[in-house]
Design a protein around this ligand. Sequence first.
Ligand code: ATP
Ligand code: MG
Length: 335
Amino acid sequence: WLGVRLELWAACVLLATGVCIVLTPSSAANPAVAGLLLTYTLSFTGTMNWMVRSFVLAEGYLTSYERIEFYASTPPESRLGAPAPDNWPAHGELSLEGLTIGYRPDLPPALMDITCRIPAGKRVGIVGRSGSGKSTLILALGRLLEPSSGHIEIDGVNTSSLTLEALRSAITVVPQEPVLFSGKLRDTLDPFKSASDSEIMTALQRVELDRFVAELPGGLQAVVQEGGANFSCGQRQLLCLARALLRESKVIVLDEATANIDVETDFAIQRTIRREFAQATVLVVAHRLGTVIDSDLMMVLDSGKLSEFGAPEQLLSSPDSALSGFVRELQQGAA
Ligand code: ATP
Ligand code: MG
């Protein structure tokens, strides 16, 4: 728009110069000066174009500088901590002790004093209204947010005492917006190149994506665009689950996608979890109650607090429980 405005200005200047030359009385007119004036005014348009281009280029370079400054001033994550004990976690028992977490010191905590124990090998459904702190709990498990008080233990080891590398290589998190690395599909599934092609295909078969991948041009060598943009949200979650299968983690955390995911894919994800992760402790943040109501345990969060925790049958036996309220809402919505 600035370019168009400058072009208009240049055209106006050219017009004004031409009119002045034409209106100048012939006694005062100097053809050489008139010619020089017109030549300079004509080049004015080109100069304006060059100015605009330089301005846009400078703006682009400054954006890069701004981006670099942003990353350079981001505080780095701590590299301190103990290495993980051998074969940890062997069972996957989780224990949350008075966990309180805020996004920033000037904001109220997003999770407040959460205390509960999740036995090894259980499938836990985490439900709650939007903004109740479900995703925050997931971030806390991987220590993407450090607790302001309290801690999380996995198999009796305080996760805050470990290095981030040790902790994050022991658990698998499939976030609400799963991101794949751009490059080849094979590298996304097995970034450390520790599995063979047949093992990867078996993992894909277990998440019911083998046929889809076989039909992709190049199969496992198919291109994954920036952030996995050429896959649907549900497919990205299933690919992340395949990666989890290859890693054989004892603690799996899945934050269900809220949007762009059809019911069939949703159930495929839950089927995979039930069938393939029977030996692992699985935490599923659910936005559709129907997908997790058959879990071993249910955790209900309300405004950052743990309002209910227990077996679904036990919570549903009380008509006043929050879980019973969610089920009633679901039934009314379906009616
Ligand atoms: P949803 O069901 O919509 O995914 P949720 O239960 O996962 O919601 P969280 O994302 O955990 O909710 O958010 C919990 C609280 O933390 C909310 O009050 C939210 O406003 C706040 N919050 C979330 N992300 C940030 C952030 N990056 N910075 C500051 N506050 C945040
Ligand atoms: Mg969320």
